[in-house]
Write a protein that binds this ligand. Structure first.
Ligand code: ARG
Length: 563
């Protein structure tokens, strides 16, 4: 990339175009005999009134080759540039060594804030496999933006409000048999299920539940205490899963947090004449944009999900002054986001243009992947446990002498599950089986982690190398060149992933690097007899180790050194 820019800077003054224009015209030759970068001169023939072939010849004569470019040829109206591979390799290896864990990142985000809302689980409800994509994508995006220098605010917008909490309180008061703080989330869910079973038989329970919710809304001490303890119990369970996934949050402000911030919003909507009454409810008519109305207040005066989201968006803008606010939420909620973004726009919040619904498809398991003891809900920690257990068996077989098999199984098993949701574009529905995600030879997390461990092992056995005397001329074979190219492409993929909110671009970049490394590993003897060749190949191995590690980190995976 840098090389293209310096070529463009050399060409631009010779033909009266801007560097950016020239950059946009470059082509990538189909085979390497035609060079590494091609500049098509027919683009200039109109303005220069010359044949492309003549332009190519003239430019070739006038051009001062920038450093890093070995030579240039004029062929049928094209200028074909040949990169000085050894200088380029040196540049790539040096940059990786200097930047270390920061390679792939930059400072483009300095002074800018990105809010990333993700995971957003519901209190007293299962943390199930449906929450995996939001948790994995949000975690990855947070890490990506951090590496690009942004100030990142990670928010878990808890589902901790709504009439279902009246049912929970009612159920606990009736059937709870010990302090609610001793309940785990599965037991809370069981209480909720029992409530529904009993309410089917006895209608009056629903009235009791409504009364409980009313008590909660009014700040009744007992109701609030119990509700808070349910939140604590749910988060205690969830934090175990978050730890395993390497996920952290800066804020757990959920829906309840916005209870007292909604009246101001409702007033503003009324005063600005944006909302209107409709059969007792307060709504914003969105028919002009071919959407159903956004309900602000139900006819009984209670607020809903959308009202809280409008209040939350305003709060986030005022509190964090974000440059971007991302919502990593399933595509099932596309309409909801379009609706409340439109309401914010009607309110004159021009910053709503910086709010992005980062949506994603569904993840499911192939038939028989996990027996679902809990009806249809598949708890995420059950999936993680099963993956880790299976990984343990594989490691027992593959590396019986490995010292810390437990830690390695945890890193690889959990990583395999996360990788699987991050390997495809977000919007794709995916389904998986353990056989697929744990395949050490496929395009999987374990394969990437294994490649990293292989690099570590090569370096360990070699006992080190001398960075100061690396001679990149020794890396001119096609396998080394392909690997260096893949390493060089990594930062651009990180930038693209941030721009498109697509961590899969990083996963793909990691796989390209891993497969280039493994070809290099099988085709070239790293421990060559010639000292200089061995030294250069070890430096390349070390660079690969570093970049694969960074890629795994950006995806939220661990990079064990042995497995
Ligand atoms: N808690 C919700 C659910 O599990 C997701 C919340 C999405 N975020 C939002 N700001 N509406 O479905």
């Amino acid at each position: 990339m840098d090389c293209q820019r310096s070529i463009a800077e050399a060409i631009a003054p010779l033909c009266g175009q801007t560097v950016e224009e020239i950059l946009g015209w470059f082509e990538c030759p189909k085979n390497s005999e035609m060079g590494d970068v091609a500049f098509p001169c027919f683009r200039l023939s109109k303005s220069l009134h010359l044949a492309p072939a003549t332009i190519a010849e003239q430019l070739k004569c006038k051009l001062t080759l920038p450093c890093g470019v070995a030579r240039v040829e004029a062929v049928s109206g094209y200028l074909n540039f040949f990169v000085d591979t050894s200088a380029m390799s040196m540049g790539v290896l040096n940059t990786i060594a200097c930047m270390g864990d920061a390679y792939g990142g930059s400072s483009v985000g300095e002074g800018r804030t990105v809010v990333v809302e993700f995971s957003s689980i519901n209190i007293a409800k299962p943390f199930h496999i449906g929450h995996l994509p939001t948790t994995a994508i949000g975690n990855s995006l947070s890490r990506i933006y951090k590496m690009l220098g942004y100030n990142v605010v990670r928010i878990n917008h808890l589902g901790d409000w709504g009439t279902q909490f009246g049912k929970m309180l009612c159920a606990y008061e009736k059937w709870g048999d010990r302090p609610i703080s001793e309940y785990n989330v599965r037991e809370l869910v069981a209480l909720y299920v029992k409530f529904h079973d009993e309410a089917d038989k006895d209608e009056s329970l629903n009235d009791e539940a409504r009364a409980w919710f009313h008590r909660l809304e009014c700040g009744d001490e007992r109701a609030v205490t119990l509700w808070k303890q349910m939140t604590t119990a749910t988060l205690k369970d969830a934090s175990r899963v978050y730890d395993r996934l390497g996920v952290e949050f800066d804020s757990y402000n959920g829906e309840a947090f916005y209870e007292d911030k909604m009246p101001a919003i409702i007033n503003e909507l009324k005063e600005k004449g944006i909302s209107k009454l409709d059969q007792g409810a307060t709504i914003v008519d969105l028919s002009e944009w071919k959407m159903p109305p956004c309900i602000i207040l139900k006819s009984d005066g209670s607020t809903i999900y959308a009202t809280r989201d409008i209040a939350a968006a305003c709060y986030r803008k005022n509190t964090y002054h974000f440059d971007k606010c991302l919502y990593v939420v399933a595509y099932q909620q596309d309409l909801h986001f379009r609706q409340f973004f439109k309401v914010l726009e009607l309110m004159g919040k021009e910053w709503v243009k910086d709010c992005v619904h980062v949506n994603f498809g569904m993840v499911s398991m192939e038939e028989g992947t996990l027996s679902t003891r809990h009806g249809n809900v598949v708890y995420l920690d059950d999936v993680l446990n099963a993956a880790v257990n299976k990984t343990y068996d594989i490691i027992m077989e593959k590396s019986p002498d490995l010292e810390d098999k437990k830690a390695a199984s945890e890193a690889v098993g959990v990583g395999a599950i996360v990788w699987n949701v991050l390997y495809n574009s977000r919007i794709k529905d995916t389904s998986f089986s353990f056989a697929k995600v744990l395949n050490f030879d496929g395009e999987t997390g374990p394969y990437a982690q294994y490649t990293h461990a292989r690099c570590c092992s090569v370096l360990r056995k070699a006992g080190g190398f001398d960075r100061a005397t690396v001679d990149c001329a020794k890396l001119d074979d096609p396998y080394s060149c392909a690997l260096i190219k893949a390493l060089d492409a990594f930062p651009e993929q990180v930038a693209q992933a941030a721009e498109k909110y697509e961590p899969y671009l990083i996963a793909r970049a990691v796989i390209s690097i891993c497969s280039a490394f493994n070809k290099f590993y099988y085709e070239q003897r790293i421990m060559a007899d010639d000292d200089a060749t061995r030294n250069a190949r070890l430096a390349l191995t070390d660079a690969t180790r570093q970049v694969v590690k960074n890629g795994l980190m950006l995806l939220g995976l661990q990079a064990p050194e042995r497995m």
